[in-house]
Design a protein around this ligand. Sequence first.
Ligand code: SF4
Length: 385
Amino acid sequence: MAESSLTACAGLYVHVPFCPRKCPHCGFYSRPPGPGDFARYTASVLAHLRLAARLPEIRDLRFASVFFGGGTPSLLPVQHLIAILQAARQALDIADDVECSLEANPGTVDAASFRALRQAGFNRLSLGVQSLHDTELQRLGRIHTAAEVRAAVAAARTAGFENLNLDLMYGLAGQSPADWQDCLEQALTLNPDHLSLYELTPEEETPLALALERGELRLPEEEDVLTMMAITQKLLAATPLTRYEISNFARPGRECRHNVNYWENGLYLGLGPGAVSFFGGVRRAVRPGLTRYQQRALKGVSPWEEEERLDREAAFRESVVMGLRMIQGVSATALRARFGLDLRSFYGPTLDRLLAQEFLVWRGDRLALTDRGLVLANPVMAELV
Ligand code: SF4
């Protein structure tokens, strides 16, 4: 595609809504695939892609990242994943050095599929490990074992993946700080290039949330969760992995380009049921159901059924709150250039208070969360939304 003077960087997200079964804590839309679902899903995504590629706002974008997320994208047969990536390369302006990520769950992958994906241009893998203790994995409803995690990492490295993320969760029911320390130590022996470490937060009305309400399971006390966070800091300080976002750590240069674009409130095109897009000043959302998505996309009807144009102040607030997730924080100068609003005067006394309470700090022209603010990020952000 010819380069335009208006070319802006963006990310492409492909949502794959299939999972082998539902994990008890998960509130995302996903379902086990039925007969013919993979072919219908892929045809629908390709139709959605063609439709999007005709929009002038999309033609002005250069895609620096492609991310297949879910759900469990690695359930989709390799030839479908590759077909979508190849179609995206033909329809969109994809950068030569694109970061192309796939979320994959151990237990749904093998060496041959990793090799084929690597050859087709996928260059980053994000493995949904969650734990390296089989009892915790069973309680989380995962279909894999710790041994399968190790096998998946070895297969990914052999296939030539040099950019490997492991997703882990802490604060699990029945988990002690010592359990978490052991899990993280085991994960570090796998030499990941990137770690995403999230505290388990059961979504409302999920089986886990209901079991907790009935008292059948208990999450660790807050004090234990804080100890787990401290263990994380201590263990990771001795590695080449640096924290660059509240929950994410990377070797230098291995920060997830796709997610950084989100946190910087950048532009993105989302394909697939439930996927959200943001371009041309408008946020567009596809409703979650697969059948409705297929019906609309295959008939050439726009799958975007919800559109929201954020006003300048709402977009500014959103950029501040999302940007503060990054350890480097947000630049007052960049925000003024983008929105014409001044961070200090916009938040006034609220900002002064959060600074005085040492939740936030100025580092030159950047406003960032302090260590204390990182621990209490959600309530701090709630004051700035
Ligand atoms: S694999 Fe992920 S998306 Fe699928 S049900 Fe489990 S937590 Fe949810």
